[in-house]
Design a protein around this ligand. Structure first.
Ligand SMILES: C[S@@+](CC[C@H](N)C(=O)[O-])C[C@H]1O[C@@H](n2cnc3c(N)ncnc32)[C@H](O)[C@@H]1O
Length: 398
């Protein structure tokens, strides 16, 4: 049975609030599982996961939820709570290959799927935060309306306009700041607005405009909820529970991908994390203080060298004196142990990623609903194409 948006928002918020110890902390600062006593069954299972298990589960959030969800909360029906119906639409008419030239395969997949969700109504469309306007170009090519693409960066506008001319489509770029006081002026006379992966305040402003001036239609795939000027989350709807106050850092969880899983591919980044964790263990012993000490960013050359050199550099920055001999093997092994711990902790935190993202999207949905819109929420593409695959579609209620 599907849940109403209000009930779902309440249940998601309750889930996040009930299990704050599992997601509200910095894995990088931990020496062991900080929640092991409160969640013994979860701790037992997670401790048995090796790095490749963690990577596999990071790549498959459904399996992650199926495995860990019941150990976290037996009363929660995770499947129902997180279910979002997919749009079954296919791109029509099917675009020629040349239109996708220069666009990565996954990006093109996202754009095509988003375009398929936009009905063919041949009204002027506004593309909000367009980048090079790939989405707008496809929509214009499909004859879904002349498109005006609003973008901040002049080079992107110029490149996008060139591409539009080459494709011979009705797409006009406007170089403008959506956060400017008068940015609602761009909405005058439009038949609909499309916004693909517009970040925090950028889509927040669009929602405010939609509420103030009743747009005929809106398609929004939000992204990067943490990119806001406010230090803490400013809820949109009246339904957001006051007990759930989220910092910018915490909001980032909603869009966070694995920092450890893919890092094996980027050896240098992986090694830097190992060095940092190894140094953290060393500095705790040296200072006799069991607390994390932030070390500034470091030149790549230092990461390619020995741990002892890195440790000397870091110790100098922090005003610490190292012993003459630093046991590389010992500290690197400790760094490696901590890396696995971080991977396990992040895995558990990521169990709450989709609940948080869904909660944030429902807050936006209810804000529009409260303002008299009829709003649907669907996924517009497979997670493999983009994990930011939630699409809000709004029309004024008749
Ligand atoms: C994440 S990209 C999305 C681009 C495009 N919609 C896509 O999906 O490929 C966000 C875009 O917003 C633009 N942007 C950032 N701040 C802006 C502002 N204040 N006004 C207009 N555009 C802005 C950026 O330059 C960037 O092109």
């Amino acid at each position: 049975m599907s849940l109403s948006p209000v009930v779902r928002l309440q249940q998601l918020a309750a889930l996040l609030l009930a299990h704050q110890p599992l997601w509200r902390f910095h894995p990088f600062h931990c020496q062991q599982l900080p929640w092991a006593e409160t969640y013994p069954a979860l701790a037992e299972l997670v401790t048995r996961l090796d790095e490749s298990d963690c990577e596999r589960l990071e790549r498959d959030p459904d399996q992650l939820t199926a495995l860990l969800g019941p150990l976290v909360d037996t009363d929660c029906d995770w499947l129902t709570l997180l279910a979002v119906a997919g749009l079954e639409k296919t791109v029509a008419p099917s675009p020629p290959a040349w239109l996708a030239n220069g666009i990565g395969g996954r990006k093109w997949g996202q754009i095509s799927a988003f375009a398929a969700a936009v009905d063919n109504h041949q009204q002027p469309l506004l593309e909000w935060c367009a980048g090079k306007g790939h989405l707008g170009r496809l929509l214009a090519w499909q004859g879904k309306g002349p498109v005006q693409s609003l973008e901040w960066q002049p080079q992107l506008c110029a490149q996008g306009q060139q591409l539009a001319v080459a494709a011979e489509v009705a797409q006009q770029f406007v170089c403008g700041d959506v956060l400017a006081a008068d940015s609602d002026g761009h909405l005058a006379g439009v038949g609909g607005v499309v916004a693909l992966h517009a970040c925090g305040d950028l889509h927040g402003r669009l929602l405010q405009h939609a509420v103030n001036q009743r747009l005929p239609e809106l398609w929004l795939a939000p992204c990067c909820y943490h990119l806001t000027a406010a230090s803490h989350y400013q809820p949109f709807s009246d339904y957001w529970p006051s007990a759930l106050r989220l910092s910018r850092d915490e909001l980032q969880l909603a869009v966070q991908e694995s920092a450890t899983g893919g890092a094996r591919i980027d050896r240098l980044r992986w090694r830097e994390r190992q060095f940092r964790l190894a140094f953290d263990a060393l500095q705790r012993q040296l200072r006799g203080v069991d607390a994390y000490l932030a070390v500034p960013s470091v030149a790549k050359s230092l990461i390619s060298g020995s741990f002892a050199d890195f440790a000397r550099w870091a110790a100098e920055r922090k005003g610490l004196t190292l012993p003459t001999v630093v046991d590389d093997c010992h500290w690197l092994a400790e760094g490696e142990r901590r890396l696995l711990l971080v991977a396990r902790l992040e895995l558990v935190r990521h169990l709450f990623r989709r609940p948080l993202e869904l909660l944030l999207v429902l807050d936006r949905l209810l804000y529009l609903q409260q303002a008299g819109y009829q709003v649907s929420l669907n996924t517009f593409c497979q997670r493999q194409l983009s994990p930011r695959n939630l699409l809000l579609h709004a029309r004024p209620s008749t």
